[in-house]
Write a protein that binds this ligand. Sequence first.
Ligand SMILES: [Zn+2]
Ligand SMILES: [Zn+2]
Length: 346
Amino acid sequence: MPQVIAHGGGVWSLQVPIPDNPLGHTLVHVLDTDRGPVLIDTGWDDPSAWGALTEGLAAVGTAVGEIHGIVITHHHPDHHGLSGQVREASGAWIAMHAADSEVVRRTREALPGTWLGYLTDKLAAAGAPEEHLAPLRAARDGGRMRTLPGQRAALPDREIVPGELLDLAGRRLRAVWTPGHTPGHVCLHLEEDHPAGLPGRGRLFSGDHLLPGISPHIGLYEDPDDSTVTDPLGDYLDSLERVGRLGVAEVLPAHQYAFTDAPARVRELLTHHESRLADLLALLAAPLTPWQLAERMEWNRPWEQIPYGSRNIAVSEAEAHLRRLVKLGRAEAVAGTDPVTYVAVR
Ligand SMILES: [Zn+2]
Ligand SMILES: [Zn+2]
């Protein structure tokens, strides 16, 4: 049985499974327009997800061949994975913010060896121990890895322009740029009265930016060719405040479940990050590399139990927090250290 929720006013959500992932599923949203249904996100590139998507569309009275357009909140595979297959089946356009389209283009063109070299250097610079780097070096030098994850992702053919209404017949859907989780993440504001009369200004498709019970991962933006010192956590916190001020009646996120009172959830997340930054500052009483900081940070399980790949993500998150603290003038790099260590400013 397809898991479908009718949200009213020509909006449905379909549960599309993410195989072997604790998140469980992506909520793909269907938005009816005068030119046919439009999808907001598509789901993971996997036969079981494709089955759930096509069955879900049938349950709401349409079919994948009828899809008119695809609006993607961000480039991650649980959101953009099936876009190419939907476009092939329907001729739909795919829209994405330019910064995330750029990530898709770069990933498609990346050579596995070059990418592994970049990752190894980056982790070494963050202070990763030799036993963590060795498998990456072996993979790079062995040339066994032929494709990278995301290398088959579809190139979008339309750009989502922040602040503008999308070109959807009979609907008012405005793009709100919410960088942080990815550089080109967007939320989509359906500026129409809530169908059940809930107070507030319409509904927000929030992607991974604003979720009811999960604090999204904020790591460094990965771009081997760009040495700009970005501040993804700062971007995320700014984007959160912006979304909180929209005053929407209801949030339709891409995971978990729909909820109301966006400003309360925004405050919770802001408080969470504030206390996390305070905890990190306490840890930085003595100089630490990003890797050492990650080892000492609080995660959902002890560091020893965090799997190999998740450690890379954890270190990226530690670095994003360090960037924020440095930018706020509350921590600084210790001159002459290699790998570089950071310490709290007294
Ligand atoms: Zn994501
Ligand atoms: Zn996601």
